[in-house]
Structures are given as C-alpha cells and as structure tokens.
Design a protein around this ligand. Structure first.
Ligand code: DGY
Length: 321
C-alpha cells in the first residue's frame, strides 16, 4: 500500500479511486497555502504527492521526501517545482496540459470584456441605486472590443484559444509574439507575428499567456507600459511575476494604459494595495483561470490517473520533461 499526500481538497470520487486501488490517502483539509513545515512533515513518508501552484517544491523540500515517486501538479504550469531537482532524485513530475485551455481562454475574454465595458463598476452602480436612466453621456462609457487589435504574448495552447475567440467571435485583428512562430495560428487565424515592441505599440488589448521563466520575469515593466497605447487594456491570466505590479499600478494611475484584467499576482495571494484601490476599468480575479466545475474535475482526474499509473509501475501519462 502506497501513501499519497494531497496538499489540497480533491473531489471525493477521485480520492475514492485512489483508495479503491488500495492506497492510503491523506488530504489537507484547510484552505490557504500550506506552510513549509507542514509540507515537509506530510511528505516525509509519502510515495506520491498531489499538489498545486502555491506549494513551493524546491530541492530542499524534495530531499525530505525520500520515498516520493511522483509529484502530480494540479495545473499546466509547474514553475512551483524544481523539476531538475525532482528528476535528479528519480521523481516523476506530471502536470495537466490541455485540460484547462478553453476554460482559461474564456476567463481571459471575460476579464477583457469586463474591463473594456466596465461591467463591475456598472454592476456596483445599479446595486447602489444610482441608476437614474439611459443617457447619451452615461457614466460607464467603455471601449469597443469588436474589430480591435488583440495582441497575444505567448502563442501556445491558451494564447491560440484566445486568438481564436478574438478572430471568430469579435472580428479582431490578431498580433502575437512568441519564442517561435506559430504557423498554424497564422494560417487559421491570420495572426501576425511581430516583435514584442510592435505588439505593445499596436495592440488595443494585450493578453499575457507566457510561462514564467527568467526571461519573462517582469517582461511588463514601466518601459513596456510606456510603449503601449494609452487606451490599451492588459489582461494577465498567466503568472503574476511576468508583470511588475508596481509598474502596473503606476501605469494605471498615470494613464499610461487604460485598464487591466488581472487573475494572477506577483506575490499571490497578496495583491498590491495600489491595485485594490483602482476600480475604473480594472477587474481583479482570484486566480480562477481554470475554475469551472468541468475543468477542475478533469484536472483532478488527470493528476489521479498519473499517480495510479506510476504507483502501479506504469509510465506517467503527462510527464514534465
Ligand atoms: C495552471 O494550470 O498553471 C494554473 O495557473 C494553476 O496553477
């Protein structure tokens, strides 16, 4: 019987599958990030771990789990795990690619539309009884989305799904910047490959879908915001540290850009107090890119499938290489 530790609550039917295979499953029941001490204590005799983005699994943590055979991350990104250290210790790391592509693209558009059309401010206005009737110069004049230029930074699976929504749903002109050209997206969506600077200068909406790496850390800083249109809106559903949050607050406060839709934060779950104060064309979400019932179920299933496969001596289905 193997011991499996999950750092967060997991759907009961998935836990039942693990137990049904004869494994002992311990699951952390509390909300909020696990402390380093608790994490180290909990994996000391575990054969498998199911974890999430807020669990910082560095080389020292890995060394405290001598029996670990698999770390199954609930997410497509795995920048929370020191993958080379895990591999060096003979531990397999898996993720959940594909499962959350469309759901995250939906959220990207939800934030884009909400910021552009000032939906949250309008909602608050109605609820507080201030709505006195239609006016030409209504208080919540927003920005058009249809027909505008959509700039995608990181044209992988999610970036392409966002570009598809922009192209087919909103008649948008698509620009993208990526490490490599995405010829399929160019053919299917007419998206144009441009330099990062060109993308900043020409886009009305800039959507961030790049992974967090040394190169993308603070890719959006004061210089980048200065290059964007003053009417532009930034949407980040990728990783908080890709955007320098101090610079973002500065850009919004000084009118360097017009608005933002933000789902991820530099020091998650902390949010820069300056961002919390800004309400005009600024929409904040608590890292819910993949948060639909269907998708979270799919992600849990993938993680459990990987654990079951590895613990029974099989290959991982979604190895991070
Ligand atoms: C992902 O899948 O990368 C999400 O951001 C959760 O970690």
């Amino acid at each position: 019987m193997a011991k499996i530790y999950a750092t967060c609550r997991v759907f009961a039917d998935e836990i039942a599958r693990l137990r049904g295979a004869g494994h002992d499953v311990q699951m952390r029941g509390q909300e909020g990030p696990i402390s380093r001490d608790e994490l180290i204590r909990s994996i000391s005799d575990a054969d498998a771990m199911i974890c999430l983005l807020s669990d910082k699994i560095d080389a020292k943590v890995i060394a405290t789990g001598p029996r670990l055979r698999i770390i199954a991350n609930l997410g497509v990104g795995y920048d929370n795990i020191d993958v080379p250290a895990a591999h060096a210790a003979g531990i397999i790391v898996t993720n959940t690619p594909g499962a959350l592509t469309e759901t995250t693209a939906d959220l990207t558009f939800a934030l884009l539309l909400a910021a552009a059309r000032r939906i949250l401010e309008a909602d608050e206005y109605v609820r507080s009884g201030k709505f006195l009737g239609w006016e030409l110069l209504q208080k919540h004049l927003g920005l058009d989305v249809f027909g505008k230029t959509l700039g995608i930074v990181g044209m992988g699976r999610i970036g392409t799904a966002v570009a598809r929504r922009g192209h087919f749903g909103f008649g948008m002109k698509g620009l993208y910047h990526n490490r490599h050209r995405n010829i399929d997206a160019e053919r299917e969506l007419g998206a144009r490959y441009v330099t990062f600077e060109e993308l900043l200068e020409e886009s009305d909406f800039v959507c961030v879908h790049t992974p967090l790496t040394e190169e993308t850390h603070h890719l959006f800083n004061k210089d980048s915001f200065r290059k964007m249109k003053k009417s532009a809106i930034l949407v980040n559903v990728a990783r908080g540290p890709v955007v320098d949050e101090v610079a973002l607050v500065w850009a919004l406060e000084t009118g360097e850009i017009a608005g933002a839709g933000i789902d991820v934060y530099e020091r998650e779950p902390q949010v820069h107090p300056g961002l919390l104060k800004l309400k005009e064309r600024v929409v904040l979400a608590p890292h819910i890119g993949s948060a639909s019932v269907e998708t979270r179920r799919k992600m849990a299933k993938i993680a459990v499938d990987n654990v079951l496969s590895v613990l029974s001596g099989g290959e991982p289905l979604n190895p991070v290489t």
